[in-house]
Design a protein around this ligand. Structure first.
Ligand SMILES: Nc1nc2c(ncn2[C@@H]2O[C@H](COP(=O)(O)OP(=O)(O)OP(=O)(O)O)[C@@H](O)[C@H]2O)c(=O)[nH]1
Length: 581
């Protein structure tokens, strides 16, 4: 790009002495980034002009070009100049260019003697960018309750507390920002662009998607079951599986070879326990997409398990059918703890895989299966599950791969009592798919992040979209940082996509945010409807079997996705006995 090129009415020669190579490099970099996002619908001059206007901010330029929204617009009484061009008349473009010139000059302290009337940068409300924005603006303003500092409505269950906690965490970090004047940003005018994907329409065409979390006591067989299921479903091919068998046997862990499909890191394999939540996907025979979150069963990793369960629609509880194991898991083990957590997180349905049915002490005995079913059903009913309608029991052998993706074959020892009944995959294929709030403003809880990504100068975040949707080019915001960002790349199930919606586990590359400030627990929000910031959460808490009285000052840890924070000054407002339902 030429260094002295005229940009419509804005000519660099006007202040050539003050442009240096640094500025050229910034412009070239910004041009490249902007081009990557907006595609070929705008010519170089338009991109350059917009970037100059917005002081090289790619995020703002995208906002203007794709959404038709001036990100710097304020409700000023008298517009002083137009925002930069989005296919607009030459006169307006000239005004914008002049304004850009002024803004640029000011930003570099050029003090070139600006013409009267253009002495302030043209960052006031300039043009009404696109039709329809007014109505949406009102709608969004109502739904975002900007500036709220207290979550007012008492919430019904602990699942709601978790939602509230998001705000609390947001507030905790925002408090420091508030000291420097930062507050919950005002909702900006929403965007409507002809280039945008109609996500609601595309979503209606898309295959159903279900998120499952595998929970249960340590060694019940969660990873083996998930790994074997993936192998039988063809997600893991024969060659890969042979390598797992070979490597596991070499390490003296032959019985864990299917678990190695899920337990990928060295520590997990050496210890024979899951530590991190493994995420995998398969497509069922009916075409629905299922995401598996393989949670750790060991008590040391319960916070990781909560992080996984918080992202799930349904829990698959894996229990060891060998004598004494269910009793143990239910008395002090993680079967009990996981069930309580799953219930408190609001997961409405449970599929129980009564596993290790092949074990010589069980040998696919109906009596063992029924014993396990009775014990668990009684416990689950006690914590509020409607076992009849919301819990399904399936006998399985994860190790032998029986009753996972195929029903028990003729001649199988259990056919006398389980003939032609559903295998695990059949059950997963018929579970109801929850309704997703895709039309609400974007909320994605960041569970992990890194500097860099699929495009230069970006950061990458992972998480599940809780509500709303996003697409490439979207203006978004990381809260509570209040940092603007532009969506540059999206992956769902390891595939690049143009958009993603509520329920999707996504990897999103963003242009704009400061990589140093990234952390789990941030919320990626719609720019025009950011999540409100608060430092108080009022919640109704579901308490299971309290062992000590809960009083003022009782220490409370709040879990939000992968983030765990002690609550400050917890106070009990009202007490009441209300059985869990
Ligand atoms: N006999 C028998 N053994 C099984 C079965 N499923 C798993 N196992 C064994 O149980 C042990 C633990 O299996 P994992 O899959 O690692 O158990 P897990 O529940 O994922 O363990 P964590 O994730 O660490 O809680 C391994 O030795 C498996 O081979 C089964 O169906 N039958």
């Amino acid at each position: 790009m030429s260094r002295h090129r005229a940009v419509r009415n804005l000519t660099r020669d006007d202040f050539d002495d003050d442009f240096d190579d640094d500025y050229d490099a910034r412009l070239v970099q910004a041009m490249l980034e902007l081009r990557e996002i907006v595609g070929d619908d705008f010519d170089d001059a338009e991109l350059e002009e917009t970037l100059l206007y917005y002081d090289y901010s790619v995020v703002k330029a995208v906002r203007w070009l794709l959404d038709g929204v001036d990100p710097d617009a304020e409700p000023a009484p008298k517009p002083k100049a137009a925002a930069p061009a989005q296919k607009k008349p030459a006169a307006a473009a000239a005004a914008a260019a002049a304004a850009a010139s002024t803004a640029q000059a000011q930003s570099k302290n050029l003090n070139k003697g600006n013409a009267p009337g253009t002495s302030s940068p043209a960052k006031s409300a300039a043009t009404t960018p696109k039709k329809g924005s007014g109505n949406n603006s009102k709608k969004n303003a109502g739904s975002s309750s900007s500036g709220a500092t207290t979550v007012q409505a008492p919430l019904n269950v602990m699942q709601e507390l978790t939602a509230g906690v998001k705000d609390m965490r947001v507030a905790a970090a925002a408090n420091s920002a508030a000291a420097s004047g930062a507050t919950t940003p005002e909702p900006a005018a929403p965007a409507v662009s002809k280039k945008r994907v109609d996500i609601a329409a595309e979503y209606a065409q898309r295959a159903a998607h279900l998120n499952l979390v595998m929970v249960g006591h340590v060694d019940a067989g969660k990873s083996t079951l998930t790994g074997h299921l993936l192998y039988q479903a063809g997600v893991v091919d024969d060659r890969q599986m042979r390598a797992y068998h070979r490597d596991a046997a070499k390490a003296g862990k032959g019985s864990f070879s299917y678990a190695w499909v899920m337990d990928q890191n060295e520590q997990e394999r050496a210890r024979g326990v899951t530590i991190d939540v493994g995420v995998t996907h398969l497509t069922t025979p009916s075409g629905r997409k299922v995401t598996f979150l393989d949670a750790p069963g060991h008590r040391d990793f319960v916070p990781n398990m909560i992080g996984g369960a918080a992202q799930a629609d349904v829990a698959v509880l894996v229990v060891d059918a060998t004598p004494g194991q269910v009793e143990m898991g239910l008395s002090e083990g993680q079967t009990r703890e996981h069930l309580l957590l799953v219930k408190s997180l609001g997961i409405p349905r449970i599929v129980v895989a009564v596993n290790k049915m092949d074990h010589p002490m069980v040998n696919w005995s109906r009596a063992h299966f029924e014993r396990v079913r009775t014990l668990l059903a009684s416990f689950m009913a006690g914590i509020g599950y409607n076992v009849e309608s919301h819990v399904v029991f399936v006998p399985t052998s994860a190790l032998a791969g029986e009753n996972l993706t195929q029903r028990l074959p003729h001649g199988h020892v259990a056919r006398a009592w389980y003939a032609d009944q559903p295998c695990l995959l059949d059950v997963l294929d018929t579970l109801p798919i929850p309704t997703r709030p895709i039309l609400k403003p974007l909320r994605m809880l960041v569970t992990d992040s890194t500097k860099g990504g699929m495009a230069s100068g970006s950061v990458t975040v992972w998480g599940r979209i809780e509500q709303g949707s996003t697409q490439i080019g979207d203006s978004v915001m990381l809260m509570p940082l209040g940092q603007d960002a532009t969506v540059r790349h999206i992956e769902v199930k390891d595939e690049a996509v143009k958009w993603a919606a509520a329920g999707d586990h996504v990897m999103v590359s963003l242009a704009g945010p400061d990589p140093q400030q990234l952390s789990a627990g941030l919320v990626l929000c719609a720019r025009d409807a950011p999540v409100p910031v608060t430092n108080r959460v009022e919640a109704k808490i579901l308490v299971f079997e309290p062992k000590v009285p809960i009083t003022m000052g009782y220490p409370v840890i709040l879990h939000q996705g992968t983030l765990n924070e002690p609550a400050k000054n917890p106070r009990v407002l009202t007490k009441g006995l209300d059985r869990a339902r």
